[in-house]
Write a protein that binds this ligand. Structure first.
Ligand code: FAD
Length: 449
C-alpha cells in the first residue's frame, strides 16, 4: 500500500481530468488518478485507420452558435482543434431504398413531418398518462414501411431535438461541428492535463497518473477510503471521486464495502444506457456522391436500424475513401457479438443495394465494441424523458467520502462531452467545499477534545 493521499480519482476521461484540474488549481496536489485502460480520454478516443485519425467515441462538438458559449467549443478553439461544420439534418433527403433509388424529396419531407407530429403526440400522451389524465386522442401511428422505419430511426436516434427541447441546443446553439484532427478530440484532454500534470514531448509523465489500474474494490468509512485494484495494489485516501460510466456502476466491476445505500443504487439502476457504434470502412476508391448536402445518407430497410445512417469522410479528410455507418442499441449489440468479417459482409450487401453490384469491397473495417468493453458498458446515459430532478440529485449526491462525477451526473447536458467536462468541475468544487467544512469543523471541535 502506498502513502495515503487526499483524493483518488477513478477514471481519466474528461470528467475525471476536469475534476482533478479543479482540485490541483485549488491547492490539492496530492491526488492520484487511477485509470483502468492504457490511455486517458475514456469515451473520447481516436484510432489510426486507413491513413487518418478516426474518432471511435465522441466526434461532434454539439451546441455551438447560441446565447451562451459551449465551454468545450471554447477549449477546442483555444487549443486549435481542427473542426468543420457538419449538418446531418439533410440526411433525410438522401434516403436510398433497397433498389438504390433515392426517395423523392417531397415524399421524404412529408414522411419526416408526419413522424415528428406523431412523436410529439406520443410524448404528450405519455405526459398525460403520468399525470393521471385520460387521453382521448388517437394513438400515434407505428412506423411500418422501410421509409417510415428509416425516418423513425433518424428522428429518435439522431434528431431528438425536433421532438423535445434539449438543453445543449437551447443553451449553446443549434450548430454542430465534427472534429477532424490528426491529434484527435482527445488532444483537448492532454492540453487540460498539461495544466497540472508533468508532461514531456506531448506525453504525460506524472507518477500521479496511473494507467492500467482497474479498480475492483472500494472500502470506505467517514475516515477515508481504501481502493484495491485488479493487480492487487492498494491505495488510500481521505476522499475518492468516481468518474466511471453509469454502465460500469450498474455492472459488478467495482464492489463497495459497505454496499452503497439503497437510494443510490436505485438511482443508478434507473438510468438507461445507449449503445452507439460507428463502424469505419476503407475503400480503394470512392463510389458515393460527394457534392454539397451528400455527407450523410440513409438506407431504408424493413428492419429498423439495419445499417441505416451513413456518412462519407470526404469533408473531414478528402481522398481518404472512408465511409462510416452508425448503429445503435440492439443492432450495436448484435454486431458486437459477431465477427468483423460477418459485419463487413452485411455492410457490403447494403452498399451494393444502394450503389450497385460493381462497387469494390472494403479493404479494412473497424468495429468499436463499447457495449462489451467492461470499462464502459455502453456509449452514454439516457434518462427516461420524464426523469425527475430527484433522480439526478440522487445519482450525483456524494456518499462521503465517495463523490460521483461523469456525464451521467449532469442534469442539463448528460450524454455529451461538455456534460462530462462540466460535471467534473461541479464535483471538484463540491469536494473542495466538503474539505473546507471538514477543516472548519475540526477546528471547532478542538475545545471538546
Ligand atoms: P468516460 O470518458 O467514460 O471516463 C471514465 C473513465 O473511467 C474511462 O477512461 C474508463 O476507462 C475508466 N474506468 C472505468 N472503470 C474503471 C475502473 N474500474 N477502474 C479505473 N478506471 C475505470 N458526446 C458529444 O458531446 N458529442 C458526440 O458526438 C458524442 N458521440 C459519442 C459517440 C460514442 C460512440 C460514444 C461512446 C460517446 C459519445 N459522446 C458524445 C459522449 C461523450 O463521449 C461522453 O459523454 C464523455 O466522453 C464521457 O466522459 P466521462 O468522463 O463522463 O466518462
Amino acid at each position: 500500500s502506498s502513502t495515503p493521499c487526499s483524493v483518488i480519482i477513478v477514471g481519466a476521461g474528461i470528467s475525471g481530468i476536469s475534476a482533478a484540474k479543479v482540485l490541483a488549481e485549488n491547492g490539492v496536489k496530492d491526488l492520484v488518478i487511477l485509470e483502468a485502460s492504457d490511455r486517458i480520454g475514456g469515451r473520447i478516443r481516436k484510432e489510426d485507420f486507413g491513413g487518418v485519425s478516426v474518432e471511435l467515441g465522441a466526434g461532434w462538438i454539439a451546441g455551438v452558435g447560441g446565447k451562451k458559449p459551449n465551454p468545450v467549443w471554447e477549449l477546442a478553439n483555444k487549443v486549435g482543434l481542427r473542426t468543420y461544420f457538419s449538418d446531418y439534418s439533410n440526411a433525410r433527403y438522401n434516403i436510398y431504398d433497397q433498389s438504390g433509388k433515392i426517395i423523392p424529396s417531397g415524399l421524404a419531407a412529408a414522411s419526416y413531418n408526419k413522424a415528428v407530429d406523431s412523436a410529439i403526440q406520443k410524448l404528450r400522451m405519455q405526459e398525460a398518462k403520468l399525470r393521471g389524465l385520460s387521453t382521448i386522442t388517437e394513438p400515434p401511428l407505428t412506423p411500418k414501411t422501410p421509409i417510415e422505419l428509416a425516418i423513425d430511426f433518424i428522428l429518435h436516434d439522431f434528431e431528438m431535438a425536433e421532438v423535445e427541447p434539449i438543453s445543449t441546443y437551447t443553451d449553446f446553439g443549434e450548430r454542430e461541428f465534427l472534429v477532424a484532427d490528426e491529434r484527435g478530440y482527445e488532444f483537448l484532454l492532454y492540453k487540460m492535463a498539461e495544466n497540472f500534470l508533468f508532461t514531456s514531448d506531448g506525453k504525460i509523465v506524472d507518477s500521479r497518473l496511473k494507467l492500467n489500474k482497474v479498480v475492483r474494490e472500494l472500502h470506505y468509512s467517514r475516515n477515508g477510503v481504501t481502493v484495491t485494484t485488479e493487480d492487487g495494489s492498494v491505495f488510500e485516501a481521505t476522499y475518492v471521486i468516481l468518474s466511471v460510466s453509469v454502465g460500469v456502476l450498474q455492472s459488478d466491476l467495482i464492489s463497495f464495502r459497505p454496499p452503497l445505500p439503497k437510494w443510490k443504487t436505485e438511482a443508478i439502476m434507473k438510468c438507461d444506457v445507449i449503445v452507439y457504434t460507428k463502424i469505419f470502412l476503407k475503400f480503394p476508391c470512392k463510389f458515393w456522391p460527394c457534392g454539397p448536402g451528400t455527407e450523410f445518407f440513409i438506407y431504408a430497410h424493413e428492419r429498423r436500424g439495419y445499417y441505416t445512417f451513413w456518412q462519407h469522410m470526404e469533408n473531414a479528410y478528402p481522398g481518404s475513401n472512408i465511409l462510416v455507418v452508425t448503429l445503435t442499441n440492439g443492432e450495436s449489440k448484435r454486431v458486437e457479438a459477431q465477427t468483423d468479417e460477418e459485419t463487413l459482409k452485411e455492410a457490403m450487401g447494403v452498399l451494393r443495394d444502394m450503389f450497385g453490384p460493381d462497387i469494390p469491397d472494403a479493404t479494412q473495417i473497424l468495429v468499436p465494441r463499447w457495449w462489451n468493453n467492461r470499462f464502459q458498458r455502453g456509449s452514454y446515459s439516457n434518462y427516461p424523458i420524464l426523469a425527475t430532478h430527484q433522480d439526478f440529485a440522487d445519482i450525483k449526491a456524494p456518499v462521503v467520502p465517495i463523490f460521483f462525477t461523469g456525464e451521467h451526473t449532469n442534469e442539463r447536458f448528460n450524454g455529451y462531452v461538455h456534460g462530462g467536462y462540466l460535471s467534473g468541475i461541479d464535483t471538484g468544487n463540491a469536494l473542495l467545499k466538503e474539505m473546507k467544512n471538514e477543516k472548519g469543523s475540526e477546528k471547532e471541535s478542538q475545545p471538546f477534545l
